[in-house]
Design a protein around this ligand. Structure first.
Ligand code: WT7
Length: 635
């Protein structure tokens, strides 16, 4: 990796791959493959899919006869677990590690070979079946970062049940809404989880949530912290007790699934209303996560790959669990965070396990930068060969620190732009692509991105506009579970025939894409996606609040932070104590990640004449910027 004289060929700050990186790369000629895939989209994806095992091959790669309800690998039979686990058992990978886990306190380490993974997943699959869960039914998983969350996801997939993982940092209301919407019969949870040395009482939160979820019949509880929890006879079952039953043996057949059968739903925040259940399928998602990880991170089965995300977000689904295991790599799952007990915790893990590829979020890098170089410099990070970034734009300053201090000037940084909806990387380089700090470079093979104006006309280079995607791709969401109309409206209506991402971006003269941010009411707090509507409804559930508005404002470490404005009911008056109570209220109801940075009391919220809150105006005022077009403002 060097800034050579070649930098003249491209504009801006360019980092070219070193000869060593090129020599190691599986794909040397990016342009040739991009051109080939561009000419023959179906041929490209057919080749990728052919590297995996199918019970029955497809009749057709892509069916676009009923747009935007695209179908991939039509007529094919498979199961993602067959490729993530079963197929490795007949190869040299059988005794290689699939998963390495380390506890937050560093005192426990658990490792699972692919052979062991098959046993654990089969056991849990048998237990889930014994709870009466059938193919196509939903199971909510609400757990901490423990190996059993991986078993639970794969176990559902193995028997054809649809998992719905809810991030363990969410709280009662968020969990309740998601269980209820999915009509899950079964919830899998833990007694508690650890966060920075403190216990998060997961089971208590589940108990609270299911009071308002009539669909739930059974709750499986994995013991992690050992603190006392309420166990309701007939409904709640300790996982370790069930593992002792004869049915919980290590043999369970993998269900034959149609390529288009649902694999999971994952709730994500949209611009308005309640979170959307994004639906992904066995076949296309499997091929998409496999192929992107293979090319972008050049993953092979000798790699020790570590994605620091939580399995409860799409990044964890695609790149802790499914992608790495389909690729036959070793995936690291670390229970803790980067700075507990000290800011060297992650680098300790990299050194201890010889991590080769490390994938994290800009917010974490910015947070760690503040503690200085001495912490990473205490550790031998020489096993690293590639780095990755995801979740929000990475500022060049953080990029350069990451490159120099963590990657020692030799590890290219793969900045991957994608979404819960896309399932897999959409704009991302490969190791041989010259990099520009802050850009995800170009669309992945087979994809074309276009930046357009309000009317859908392409804008000139270096001009900000709406980011759209022109081609379908296998790992694309298939719908919003239970709401096809919302799927069509949300993603395919503003610019018919193309996918609307909700992001604004620019393209430079070299064809590199620069993401600017969301154009809707989605806030990215520390890379986590939250909706203003959810925060607002948590606020108005407090007796003092009549109306509320939430906006995201720039934050040095978090990227964006939540700022709120409330109008009090009569009888309540503004005070610092009430502001603090409201922040706590949001945290208790939604989860600590949604705790507002501040609460401001207003006598009036800026609204349109039709009564819609103008968050744009609040945002401009808060930043001291011009308010823009306010002709629709009430008065
Ligand atoms: C939104 C999607 C699936 C990745 C994890 C987040 C932003 C994501 C990048 C990046 C700039 C990024 C976008 C996108 N985003 N990756 N590399 N550079 N922005 O998934 O929670 O569904 O959020 O995250 O705004 O729309 P998500």
């Amino acid at each position: 990796m060097a800034k050579t004289s070649k930098a003249k060929e491209m504009e801006g700050d360019v980092y070219y791959p070193s000869e060593q990186v090129i020599a190691q790369a599986r794909l040397k000629d990016w342009d040739a493959l991009a051109e080939k895939a561009g000419k023959d989209l179906e041929g490209f994806w057919s080749d990728e899919a052919s590297e995996l095992e199918w019970f029955k091959k497809w009749d057709k790669v892509l069916d676009d006869s009923n747009k935007p309800f695209y179908k991939w690998f039509v007529g094919a039979k498979t199961n993602i677990v067959h490729n993530a686990v079963d197929r490795h058992l007949n190869t040299h990978r059988k005794n290689q590690l699939a998963l390495i886990w380390e506890s937050e306190d560093g005192k426990q380490e658990r490792t699972f070979s692919y052979f062991a993974m098959n046993r654990e997943v089969s056991r849990m699959a048998n237990i889930i079946k014994a709870m009466g869960v059938q193919k196509g039914e939903r199971v909510t998983i609400y757990m901490g970062r423990v190996p059993e969350i991986v078993f639970a996801m794969l176990a559902c997939a193995k028997i054809g049940a649809i998992h719905s993982v809810v991030f363990g940092g969410f709280s009662v209301d968020s969990l309740q809404g998601r269980i209820d919407d999915s009509e899950s019969k079964l919830v899998i949870t833990c007694d508690g989880s650890y966060q920075n040395g403190k216990i998060v009482e997961l089971k208590n939160i589940v108990d609270e949530a299911v009071k308002r979820c009539p669909s739930v019949e059974n709750i499986i509880v994995v013991k992690r912290t050992g603190q006392p929890v309420n166990m309701e006879a007939g409904r709640d079952h300790w996982y370790h007790d069930m593992c002792a039953l004869p049915i919980a043996n290590g043999k369970c057949a993998t269900e034959v699934m149609d390529a288009e059968d649902p694999l999971f739903i994952l709730y994500t925040s949209g611009s308005t209303g309640k979170p959307k259940a994004i639906l992904h399928t066995h076949g296309g998602y499997m091929v998409g996560t496999y192929s992107t990880l293979k090319y972008v991170f050049d993953i092979n089965d000798k790699d020790r790959w570590w994605c620091t995300a939580d399995p409860g977000w799409i990044t964890g689904h695609s790149y802790i669990v499914y992608g790495p295991m389909v690729a036959g790599a070793t995936s690291m799952l670390f229970e803790g965070g980067p700075t507990f007990p000290y800011p060297n915790r992650w680098w300790q893990v990299v050194e201890r396990y010889g991590i080769t590829v490390f994938y994290t979020a800009p917010t974490a890098i910015r947070g760690l930068m503040r503690f200085g170089e001495a912490w990473p410099n205490k550790h031998d990070l020489s096993s690293l060969r590639l780095l990755g970034s995801v979740g929000e734009p990475i500022n060049p300053e953080a990029w350069k620190w990451y490159f120099r201090v963590i990657g020692k000037d030799k590890c290219p940084i793969m900045d991957t732009w994608w979404q819960t909806e896309t399932g897999a990387f959409m704009i991302a380089p490969t190791p041989v692509v010259p990099l520009k700090p802050g850009s995800g470079t170009r669309p992945f093979f087979g994809q074309e991105a276009e930046i357009v104006d309000e009317q859908g006309n392409p804008v000139p280079d270096d001009t900000e506009g709406y980011l759209t995607l022109k081609n379908p791709w296998p790992a694309m969401l298939r719908t919003i579970y239970g709401d096809d109309a919302r799927y069509v409206n949300q993603y395919w209506t503003k610019y018919p025939g193309r996918y609307t991402t909700g992001d604004s971006a620019k393209r430079d003269k070299d064809g590199y894409y620069w993401i600017i941010g969301r154009v809707d009411d989605v806030i990215k707090v520390s890379g986590h996606r939250l909706g203003t509507a959810e925060v607002e409804s948590a606020l108005v559930s407090h007796p003092a609040v009549a109306e509320a508005a939430a906006i995201g404002l720039p934050h040095e470490v978090k990227g964006q932070a939540i700022h709120t404005f409330v109008l009090l009911r009569s009888g309540f008056s503004p005070s610092p104590e009430l502001a603090e109570e409201l922040r706590q209220h949001v945290s208790t109801h939604m989860g600590p990640i949604a705790r507002p940075e501040d609460v401001k009391f207003l006598d009036k919220l800026p609204k349109t004449r039709s009564g819609k809150i103008m968050r744009r105006v609040l945002k401009a005022r808060a930043q001291g910027l011009p308010e823009g077009d306010i002709s629709t403002l009430e008065d």
